[in-house]
Design a protein around this ligand. Structure first.
Ligand SMILES: *Cc1c(COP(=O)(O)O)cnc(C)c1O
Length: 464
């Protein structure tokens, strides 16, 4: 009917954005060692560093915060939390944790032994780290279609099912405690997994007698993309689609900071009573008593309500449309990016965007810094700064498979005009791309260096 999709909410509380000038940002960037993680958030105008925990809670969630019951054991807030997740997902046992990675640590702590192998469409970095910490191997099996960044293929988050069969043949089912499917595939560009693919993966798991677990952080966005793109799902509700996907699985881990729209929280869930018993033992050791885990009663309330709001179709329509709107405008102006857009972010293809900068000179960092300088927009490099490392022998950088810049969109936080502004800022940097400098690392940590590295531009100043 009307082409404008409005934000399906109005604003009751506002948070001031501090406006800065390019001159001020030149100095702020230098102070931050040209690393957007080191900027202070007050110095950022539009913060697209992550969609994790950065969403705006609803009036209902804030009301729930006041209702929170802080009893150590048996709080009604826990039962509302458990009921809400059971209603949406259908898993019997629900275990609260302070965030997603704690759920992962407990799941793999119980299921995973040294030398085991865990296949996934693509592991998120904390998931991989928790598996490797157990002495096991995290195996990424993305579908081949993901390699073509600009094709129209609708489900680039899919798992390569043939590769999964090969993994069972190569390692043997005894070494594979479970299979994981990350929806949407965050490390694979926020791309959705189709129901057909999830069904095939579940069938392989059944064949080898192994459970399928979902990394369900963005299962609502994934379900909405299935509704839009997969034949046979247009008439189904998002709730039905979420439930259908959960019905294929034995359980899940979830960072509620994503689709459950809370600032902190997570959980793990399973149908397996014996596994749940073992998980609760570990939970008590490091998170807390089973009816609060790592969370306060008020957090459980906000999560219970956010879980329901996250599957609301008016909200999802606005969210997915808004992400797509940004992606479509950039693409129409020639900006290279991962296509089609997924749910939570735009991923610029830095290799093609700044083709004159070799990967060793960090094109993604250069673009992220230019976005901040041009418009106070904070994005994050997902490329060689994040995944590369200096070769111990030569000191030369080993480079990442892809050089991306992620613009992650917080939930319900920014308006259409903020997104129009982001488009303008990206297009300005795109027009001036020939002058983007390369960067070198001047200081770095051994692990997870992207969080704290200090860099400097090579040759001309990035901000001249
Ligand atoms: C964020 C995220 C996690 C980890 O959750 P935290 O709450 O940050 O610990 C795990 N998997 C995926 C796919 C994620 O996006």
């Amino acid at each position: 009917m009307f082409k404008t999709v409005i934000e399906p909410f109005r604003i009751k509380v506002v948070e001031q954005i501090r406006m800065t000038t390019p001159e001020q940002r030149t100095a702020l960037l230098a102070q931050a060692g040209y690393n957007t993680f080191s900027l202070r958030s007050e110095d950022v105008m539009i913060d697209l560093l992550t969609d994790s925990g950065t969403g705006a809670m609803s009036a209902e969630q804030w009301a729930g915060i006041m209702r929170g019951d802080e009893s150590y054991a048996g709080s009604p807030s826990f039962y509302r939390f458990q009921d809400s997740i059971r209603q949406v997902m259908g898993f019997e046992h629900v275990i609260p944790t302070h965030q997603g990675r704690a759920a992962e640590r407990i799941l793999f702590g119980v299921t995973c032994a040294e030398c085991d192998v865990v296949p996934n469409n693509s592991h998120f970095d904390t998931t991989r780290a928790n598996i490797e910490y157990r002495g096991a191997t995290a195996l990424d099996l993305p579908c081949a279609e993901l390699a073509d960044m600009s094709s129209d293929y609708p489900f680039k988050g899919n798992m390569d099912v043939e590769a999964l069969r090969t993994a069972f043949a190569t390692y043997g089912a005894d070494r594979i405690p479970l299979v994981m499917l990350t929806v949407t595939n965050n490390s694979g560009g926020g791309q959705p997994v189709s129901m057909a693919n999830a069904r095939e993966v579940a069938a392989v798991c059944r064949e080898f007698g192994k459970p399928l677990y979902l990394d369900a952080c963005r299962i609502a966005e994934n379900a909405y993309l299935i509704k839009q793109r997969e034949p046979g799902y247009a008439e189904k509700s998002v709730r039905e689609i979420v439930r259908e996907m959960c019905d294929l699985a034995e359980g899940c881990t979830m960072s509620a900071k994503k689709d459950a729209i809370v600032n902190m929280g997570g959980f793990l869930a399973t149908r397996d009573s014996e596994l749940a018993r073992q998980e609760r033992v570990l939970l008590i050791l490091t998170e807390g008593f089973p009816t609060y885990g790592g969370l306060s009663g008020r957090d459980l309330e906000a999560l219970a309500i956010g879980m329901q709001e996250g599957v609301d179709e008016d909200y999802l329509n606005y969210r997915i449309t808004s992400t797509h709107y940004v992606g479509r405008h950039l693409r129409e102006n020639g900006v290279p990016l991962l296509w089609p857009t997924g749910g939570h972010a735009i991923y610029l293809d830095a290799k093609r965007f700044a083709a004159h900068i070799p990967p060793q000179r960090l094109p993604g960092v250069s673009i992220a810094n230019a976005l901040y300088h041009a418009g106070g927009v904070r994005a994050c490099e997902i490329g060689t700064l994040m995944f590369g490392h200096p070769d111990p022998a030569t000191g030369e950088e080993t480079v990442a498979a892809r050089e991306l810049v992620r613009l992650a969109i917080p939930r319900r936080t920014y308006t259409q005009s903020h997104m129009d502004y982001v488009i303008e800022v990206v297009l300005k940097v795109w027009e001036e791309r020939a002058s983007l400098p390369g960067y070198r690392i001047v200081e770095q940590a051994h692990y997870l260096r992207h969080f704290s590295a200090r860099l400097e531009p090579i040759g001309q100043s990035p901000t001249a």
